[in-house]
Design a protein around this ligand. Structure first.
Ligand code: ADE
Length: 290
């Protein structure tokens, strides 16, 4: 077994958070829902949305039978609401092409709407115990530090990073999957982006970055994501008004959410193009129907 795995697995066994999508009896559908929600969204915000979603739609077929607009409504304030539409479209494909069962193969998972390289491998590993590399932001940072010896991950390179993580995986598939979630957890709790907690790190003795004396990162700094004043904020306000209304919403009411008309119209046009809103024959706006 590669040298990082034993101390990491031992640490994970006692230090990991008890998250519902990690319990032994979780379904592949629940893992898929959790991974889509966790893209770009913190765990604390995902927890209530995850349980509400699965209570309402315990299987892909349950979601596929409902209108896509209901998925957008249930998505609530999680952000990046196109994820709700894609999850709905994925549920339809799982029902129609996979007899209602989430596929286990990463290539088949990647063929589903909204499922990228990361999510396909996360589901294959965490739901089906497959031995596949799972590389997200946290894993990239741990890899950059512990293996490459630099303070931050450089620009992403999926092929190179998948190969690097594959080389670290234990042989036994279920142990490999547990190792992957342990690396993610280390990146979330200990090897964090700001000030890493090296004093409580189970692989500090092996960490190339620490052994080199924590050299400062020489690459370009990551771009911070602005939210206030962006089209994304305006889209969020428009969609929230329709989502929280029991009836379709008139244009004058939508116009009330943002004073700058050009930006407001651009945001509205984007929501219509993305299929997150539809314009009815009477000129009012609603969530997309079946
Ligand atoms: N456990 C499994 N996948 C996870 C994720 N994406 N974020 C946090 N915990 C996880």
């Amino acid at each position: 077994m590669p040298p990082l795995a034993p101390p990491l697995l031992e640490w994970y066994a006692h230090a990991a958070r008890d998250l519902p999508w990690r319990s032994a009896d979780v379904t592949p559908w629940a893992v898929l829902v959790s991974e889509v929600m966790l893209q770009q969204t913190p765990v604390a915000r995902v927890l209530p949305a995850y349980s509400a979603w699965l209570s309402r739609w315990p299987t892909p077929a349950d979601l596929a039978a409902d209108a896509p607009g209901e998925a957008v409504r249930m998505w609530g304030r999680l952000g990046y609401p196109r994820r709700a539409l894609r999850l709905h479209a994925a549920a339809v494909q799982i029902r129609d092409r996979h007899r209602g069962a989430v596929p286990a193969d990463p290539a088949e998972l990647e063929a589903l709407p909204g499922i990228g390289v990361y999510t396909a491998r996360a589901v294959a590993a965490f739901a089906f115990g497959r031995r596949v590399p799972v590389v997200d932001t946290n894993v990239r940072r741990v890899l950059a530090r512990a293996v490459t010896g630099v303070g931050e991950a450089g620009p992403p390179s999926a092929t190179r990073e998948l190969a690097a993580v594959e080389a670290l995986l234990p042989e036994e598939p279920r142990t490999a999957a547990r190792f992957s979630v342990a690396v993610m957890e280390l990146g979330a709790l200990v090897c964090v982006a700001g000030r890493p907690r090296c004093a409580s790190c189970p692989i500090a003795a092996e960490c190339a970055w620490r052994l080199a004396g924590w050299p400062a990162y020489a690459g370009r700094p990551a771009r911070a994501q602005r939210f206030a004043g962006t089209d994304r904020q305006v889209r969020g306000l428009l969609l929230a008004l329709v989502r929280e209304s029991t009836e379709p919403v008139s244009k004058p009411r939508l116009d009330g959410v943002w004073v700058h008309a050009t930006q407001r119209e651009r945001a509205l046009a984007g929501l219509l193009t993305d299929g997150l809103l539809t314009e009815l024959a009477d000129g009012r706006y609603a969530l997309p129907g079946g």
